[in-house]
Design a protein around this ligand. Structure first.
Ligand SMILES: [Mg+2]
Length: 252
């Protein structure tokens, strides 16, 4: 039995949305030398490269981006080429149920928020991001909406309406102004059945994340691993916690 290590990025290897700290990057790089390491993040592949840097990325076995909705596998060569190659192993397409976009437009029309900027939904890998203020909003409009929502609780109300109508979808209030819409189960937990189903029978799969408690975005994955004999979960609050963790069993 060997160990397979999975790491969240924001709040686990880096401060949220920041680049990895230089000293820790070196430590992590030498730690991962002889390990099988995967990254499991809500961010896009491009953002993860930007946060972790190429040295670390060139040593990971694979990257689950966008909440595990897309998986990039490193192609191994007997004679490695000068550059690293990646292949997309799977990618979930979000298929909107009939009527969803019409309902979203109606919700925008019905909202009494005073400064709608247009472009109210955007398809991403495996999900749709929706906002009443619209994606053309700058900082001012976003702040206006964030305050409006804090006062009138509009997003929570919209989520309740949509949840009733679309029981197969999940709606999550994300960021300061938007709502994330995805198929139920299209969260980080999907990687267990999609990729580690065989491996977890004979290997220990160890996950480190900062949002493993409900309703955090690591919760579904942590819960799934905790139910497995060979699954193990470590909760950290900061990358400094992870730094200390790497010096202890079963990491050291
Ligand atoms: Mg995190």
């Amino acid at each position: 039995m060997s160990n397979i290590y999975l790491f969240d990025v924001d709040g686990t290897l880096t401060d949220a949305k920041c680049k990895i700290e230089a000293t820790f990057a070196d430590e992590f790089l030498s730690w991962m030398h002889d390990k099988e390491v995967y990254i499991v993040s809500g961010g896009s592949f491009e953002r993860i490269i930007d946060q972790l840097g190429l040295d670390i990325m060139n040593k990971v076995a694979g990257v689950f981006a966008c909440m595990g909705n897309i998986f990039y596998n490193r192609i191994e060569h007997i004679n490695p080429p000068k550059y690293d190659e990646w292949e997309i192993v799977y990618e979930n397409k979000f298929k909107a149920p009939r009527g969803l976009y019409k309902d979203l437009i109606r919700l925008v029309d019905d909202s009494e928020f005073y400064n709608k900027t247009g472009k109210h939904y955007e398809e991403r890998v495996g999900m749709v991001n929706f906002s009443i203020v619209g994606r053309n909003a700058g900082t001012v409009e976003r702040n206006q909406y964030s305050n409006y929502d804090a006062e009138f609780n509009e997003r929570a109300r919209i989520v309740e309406i949509l949840k009733d109508k679309y029981p197969k979808l999940d709606f999550v209030v994300g960021g300061a102004v938007s709502i994330d819409i995805f198929n139920k189960g299209s969260d980080k937990s999907q990687i267990v059945n999609k990729y580690f189903k065989e491996a977890i029978r004979t290997n220990q799969v160890i996950f480190v994340g900062d949002r493993v408690d409900f309703p955090g975005n690591d919760y579904a994955l942590a819960e799934k691993l905790n139910r497995r004999k060979n699954g193990k979960v470590f909760k950290v609050d900061t990358w400094q916690d992870t730094q200390k963790l790497l010096k202890t069993e079963p990491f050291a």
